[in-house]
Design a protein around this ligand. Structure first.
Ligand code: TPP
Length: 243
């Protein structure tokens, strides 16, 4: 349950797990890099894919890794699933992202106002006046947004993927995490599997991803991915992007 004594803004209405479940169909066929801990465990719980990399331990650096991949592989879309504590630990990451300005990078920051993975009592500066969207915008990222609703997040992610412009989306979420932080594959296996799939992705005719069907998925418990279908969503054009 959300803690009433944590965070300055109590109007968050989604959990990160709900949010990840909602955006999963949109991101499943792209390169995804997550921060360690709760975010990684929750994406893994939604269904592992070989094109997902869980950057364990290196707090703050998922956005830097995502930036590197986006710059090296302009033929791919890269989504980074970040946390407020991690962004604040590596704020220079935002300025470097803005300066490099890769159009194929979508940066989603789950802002729960705490360092959840080490304990909800450790609040971050966003529990006070700090505003990550504002910091991103002033760092030079032109396409930014903040949302509090999973459907809104899904729309923003879909629009960002279509827009071909560096985007930072802050999703305000409740400070709740998974019961278990277990992730299988092991870190090293994830590292090699991810590298292998990156080499294959985007190389086939028409830019189709070869990530489909190459890896395991625990999403439906039978080893097959149920995310292969085209994302068929109406894009709501009533935007709240700060561009
Ligand atoms: C350099 C470094 N310092 C501290 C840690 C310990 N640590 C792991 S997860 C975490 C909290 C991350 O906070 P946030 O990015 O807000 O994500 P959340 O856990 O809230 O989902 C911390 C402090 C670490 N892994 N690396």
């Amino acid at each position: 349950m959300p803690r009433s004594d944590v965070g300055g803004d109590q109007s968050a209405i989604m959990t990160r797990l709900e949010a990840i479940e909602d955006i999963y169909p949109s991101i499943a066929d792209h390169v995804v890099v997550t921060i360690m801990g709760a975010t990684a465990a929750e994406l893994y719980a939604c269904g592992h894919r070989p094109n997902f990399f869980y950057l364990e331990h290196a707090m703050g650096l998922a956005s830097s890794m995502g930036l590197g991949i986006a710059l090296a592989r302009p033929d791919l879309k890269v989504i980074v699933l970040d946390g407020d504590g991690s962004v604040l630990m590596n704020m220079g990451g935002l300025t470097t992202m803005a300066r490099s300005d890769p159009p194929n990078l979508v940066h989603v920051v789950f802002d729960n106002e705490v360092l959840l993975s080490v304990g909800v009592s450790f609040t971050t500066a966003t529990a006070g006046p700090a505003d990550i969207e504002g910091i991103a915008r002033e760092s030079g990222i032109r396409r930014t947004a903040t949302c509090r609703d999973p459907r809104e997040l899904r729309r923003l992610v879909d629009e960002a993927l279509l827009a071909d412009e560096l985007s930072t989306i802050v999703a305000k979420v409740d400070p709740v995490g998974p019961d278990s932080y277990f992730i299988d594959p092991h870190m090293l296996e994830n590292r090699f599997e991810f590298e292998r799939v990156l080499r294959k992705m985007g190389r086939s005719a028409g830019g189709d991803s070869e990530a489909d069907g190459n890896g395991s998925s625990n999403r439906d418990g039978n080893g097959s991915s149920n995310t292969d279908g085209e994302v068929d969503r109406e894009i709501n054009t009533i935007g709240d992007w700060n561009e």
